[in-house]
Design a protein around this ligand. Structure first.
Ligand SMILES: Nc1nc2c(c(=O)[nH]1)N[C@H]1C(S)=C(S)[C@@H](COP(=O)(O)OP(=O)(O)OC[C@H]3O[C@@H](n4cnc5c(=O)[nH]c(N)nc54)[C@H](O)[C@@H]3O)O[C@H]1N2
Ligand SMILES: Nc1nc2c(c(=O)[nH]1)N[C@H]1C(S)=C(S)[C@@H](COP(=O)(O)OP(=O)(O)OC[C@H]3O[C@@H](n4cnc5c(=O)[nH]c(N)nc54)[C@H](O)[C@@H]3O)O[C@H]1N2
Ligand code: SF4
Ligand SMILES: [Mo]
Length: 767
């Protein structure tokens, strides 16, 4: 275990090492993906990035870096990045750069007109993926949500992981209580629908995921991958199984069936609903599921036996299984198996990480469908509607129709299903505001674009991702480059936007950011019974003081448990490093992170049941009624005929959804938008060169790339391409096609409303 506390040297001297006259070395966390790698950057005297290396002193990432992190400098100073607010003249469809005052003035005038004319529901909000990677997204976007007071809230979550959150919410009571594989200690890993050698991992924050998988094998563990493609991850594994897209729920049920049938269950945590799960699994015999999945019955049985016999084991399933028609059922079955094999909440199994910052404090068990969407009556989940119904809500007339949109860090024209339909829907709006770095396929429809500053000008703390880390850890990075005259932090942009959408001007002489921070700080201190401790908060500004407060009140914090918890502890002894082994058992605050700019190791994952449960029964609920209902649908679907060819996605190492294609070193080579197809299928269908791909939703023409690494009957197209209408010059030169022209927004996973990207029926013909 690493020592967590250093001698308390001045933070700035640690952050800025080997300073020379002309250049300096600085540290920060990479904000691009969920792996949260520590970076060491060399900046020249003009604040330009000269080079980037992995930070070897980071106790979590230990020097790991990928090609995206290494080229962060290109992205940070992309010549096509917006550096001033932009306003579009609708008549001529031309853009001009304006002052912040003018931009907010237009929003203040026009957006409240829409809500005054049609009501609050007429304004929709879409939040994109980078919000999960920024302090602005974590701390200030909630303010915008409140200011808009609309139920028409959408995000990339329903094109991503909502099934995991709904299944976790129903089983554990809190949708953010998500179990991750204890990667560094497990003896057996069954991985479905994830390709961390390209994605670097998701809902499982693990820098150097590839190295951690190799370590698993080196310590004698076994690692099995289930994927319709033989991915780089599959090639590293001990075993790879092809599976028919969209059928993971069947495979997992076959395993559950076998565990019961062969008396292999060892339940070690308090559960309810065991008999219901046993009954639900009866029809899904290994033979029945084999017909659906293409995984032989004897393999299903062997997987169940191996999972049961391994000293420790974890099942982990990601995007390939979430963005499917039975995504929530599949995610639920993952944790059912983790429970049945005695591995939930147990070292080496699937465990609940402990994020260092105070999270949202929920008091009531999770529910969905507290309200439903206007047009298709789809249930809300976590206060959001499915992005798969956003176009319906914009295009369908009637009371509550969306007439104006705000988007923050999202590009749904390329990332949401039926992208072409959404493109047309945005063109139909009366007013739109986007907070984004680029004028791209989505933001081109905006009337006003508000750009964040350079990446290096933002502070960084991973409020979201550290709750899914495979090792407890915390790291804070201060802005490395100060804001210049006329530049605005994204936090301030959002705080001002929240005022503008309500038609308000900032109060004379008051900074809107400070005003909201003071309100949040006062409210949080009051709730914790610590209202008199305001003066103790550390930090250069109120944003840092909020971070300090959340660290102090978090599970490792010096104020953990608020006034009550502190009083109880005071009876014993102060919490810091009590065991004397360097593990931080308390005392965390901002100063500790400033003193340790490479990050602090907060120890391996700990067992957290039943404490983290928020279910009514205070047990793990193995058989939520809503999911059993969907099992009936799953059973009925057994009789359906399988389409001849289906489409799945794929991620590419040097890419990140839709917005990294403007970085010259990242495009080209293996990072191109091509259709992977099995050579047998290509031959049978007479495909080489360009192919026309048709689905119920649309048609694209794309270059085929035959490869034996994809199973027959399946084709794969990466998403995020199709850069027609963007000012990103490099991306436009490598345009590709939009895979989401083919995906169909009329299909969703019923319990979560999540979009279905995998298993889309398609027909192919030569172009
Ligand atoms: N077919 C198919 N579609 C998919 C997927 C799939 O596997 N297959 N995956 C889905 C998944 S998992 C996700 S998460 C979604 C992503 O969906 P989105 O979040 O809608 O798409 P991104 O491409 O991540 O768009 C990010 C946008 O944020 C901007 N941006 C980048 N950094 C910042 C910042 O710091 N501040 C602000 N304000 N803006 C910033 C970028 O310019 C870009 O416009 O796509 C989904 N779509
Ligand atoms: N380089 C890179 N890294 C990224 C991103 C990126 O765009 N590029 N995006 C980031 C985001 S937003 C996310 S959410 C994560 C996602 O991270 P991952 O979940 O690891 O996503 P993918 O790499 O798309 O892997 C999904 C795999 O599922 C397989 N698959 C498709 N359909 C099925 C199916 O029905 N069943 C099974 N078992 N497998 C199936 C696909 O072939 C693919 O290999 O990655 C993040 N990291
Ligand atoms: S793996 Fe992710 S966090 Fe690490 S350097 Fe690459 S993009 Fe950044
Ligand atoms: Mo995602």
């Amino acid at each position: 275990m690493r020592k967590c506390f250093t001698s308390g040297a001045d933070a700035r001297s640690l952050v800025m090492t080997h300073a020379t006259d002309s250049s300096r070395n600085l540290l920060r966390t990479c904000p691009l993906c969920e792996a949260v790698c520590g970076l060491e950057l060399t900046l020249d005297s003009g604040d330009h990035i000269k080079s980037i290396r992995g930070d070897h002193a980071d106790p979590f990432s230990r020097g790991f870096i990928c090609p995206k992190g290494a080229t962060l400098g290109h992205l940070d100073e992309d010549p096509d990045r917006l550096t001033a607010p932009m306003i579009r003249d609708r008549a001529s469809n031309t853009w001009r750069a304006v002052s912040w005052d003018e931009a907010f003035g237009v929003i203040r005038e026009r957006l409240p007109q829409v809500s005054a004319a049609y009501g609050n529901q007429a304004v929709g909000l879409y939040l994109g993926n980078p919000n999960a990677h920024t302090i602005a997204g974590a701390l200030y976007v909630p303010l915008l949500i409140r200011a808009l007071a609309t139920r028409n809230l959408f995000s990339a979550s329903t094109a991503d992981q909502m099934p995991k959150q709904v299944s976790s919410g129903l089983m554990f009571g809190d949708p953010l209580t998500v179990a991750v594989p204890d990667l560094d200690r497990t003896d057996y890993l069954l991985m479905l629908g994830a390709n961390p050698l390209e994605s670097n991992g998701s809902l499982c924050t693990a820098p150097d995921f590839p190295g951690r998988l190799k370590a698993l094998k080196q310590r004698g563990g076994r690692f099995v991958v289930v994927d319709p493609r033989r991915t780089r991850t599959a090639k590293l594994a001990d075993e790879h199984l092809f599976i028919r897209p969209g059928s993971d729920a069947y495979l997992l049920f076959g395993i559950v069936h076998t565990l019961f049938a062969e008396n292999l269950t060892t339940v070690r945590v308090g559960v309810s609903g065991l008999d219901e799960v046993r009954a639900a699994a009866v029809p899904f015999t290994p033979e029945v599921v084999a017909g659906r999945t293409g995984v032989p019955a004897e393999t299903v049985i062997r997987l169940a036996r191996e999972l049961a016999a391994a000293p420790t084991a974890a099942v982990y399933a990601r995007i390939g299984t979430c963005t499917a028609e039975f995504g929530t059922v599949a995610q639920w079955l993952v944790d059912v198996i983790n429970v049945l094999t005695g591995n939930l909440d147990s070292p080496g199994g699937a465990m609940f990480p402990t994020g260092a910052a105070l999270g949202i404090v929920r008091t009531r068990p999770f529910r969905t469908a507290r309200w439903t969407s206007r047009v298709r009556e789809l249930p809300e989940a976590m206060g959001e509607f499915p992005v798969a119904t956003l176009a319906d809500e914009i295009l369908t007339p009637g009371e509550g129709q969306i007439r104006a949109m705000v988007t923050v860090a999202g590009n749904p024209v390329l990332s949401a299903p039926s992208g072409a339909r959404l493109d047309a829907a945005f063109a139909d709006l009366e007013f739109m505001v986007s907070v984004d770095r680029y004028l791209n396929e989505t933001t081109r429809h905006a009337d006003v674009i508000l750009p964040p500053p350079r990446i290096l000008q933002a502070p960084h703390y991973d409020f979201a991702l550290l709750n899914f880390a495979v090792h407890n850890y915390a790291r804070y990075s201060r802005p490395l480059v100060p804001l210049g005259a006329g530049e605005m932090s994204e936090a301030e942009v959002i705080a001002r936007l929240a005022l503008a959408v309500s038609g308000q001007e900032p109060q004379e002489g008051l900074d809107p950011l400070t005003v909201v921070d003071e309100i949040v700080i006062a409210g949080t201190l009051h709730k914790a019974g610590l209202a008199d401790r305001r003066a103790e908060l550390l930090g250069d500004d109120t944003t840092e003081q909020r971070i300090d407060l959340m660290l102090r009140l978090g599970p490792f914090g010096e104020w953990a448990g608020g006034a009550q918890g502190m009083a109880a502890r005071a009876l014993n002894e102060p919490p810091s490093d009590a065991a004397g082994d360097g593990t931080l058992s308390g005392g965390l605050n901002l100063q500790v992170l400033l003193d340790n700019p490479h990050g602090v190791d907060l120890g391996p994952l700990q067992s957290r049941l039943p404490g983290v449960l928020l279910t009514a029964s205070r047990q793990v609920e193995l058989a939520p009624a809503q999911l059993l209902e969907d099992v009936a649908r799953l059973r009925d679907r057994l009789a359906a005929e399988a389409p001849e060819m289906v489409l799945v996605g794929r991620r590419q190492l040097r890419s990140n959804n839709s917005w990294l294609h403007n970085v010259p070193p990242l495009v080209g080579g293996s990072n191109r938008c091509t259709l992977h197809i099995n050579p047998e299928d290509a031959l049978r269908l007479g495909l080489n060169g360009l192919a026309v791909v048709k689905s119920a939703a649309g048609t694209v023409t794309v270059e085929v790339e035959p490869t034996a690494d994809i199973m027959p009957g399946v084709v794969s197209l990466p998403h995020g391409w199709g850069h027609g209408d963007s000012t990103q010059q490099v991306a436009r030169a490598h345009a590709g096609v939009n895979a989401n022209v083919l995906t169909d927004d009329s299909l969703v996973d019923a319990p979560s409303g999540n979009a279905v990207f995998n298993g889309v029926p398609v027909t192919l013909s030569p172009a």
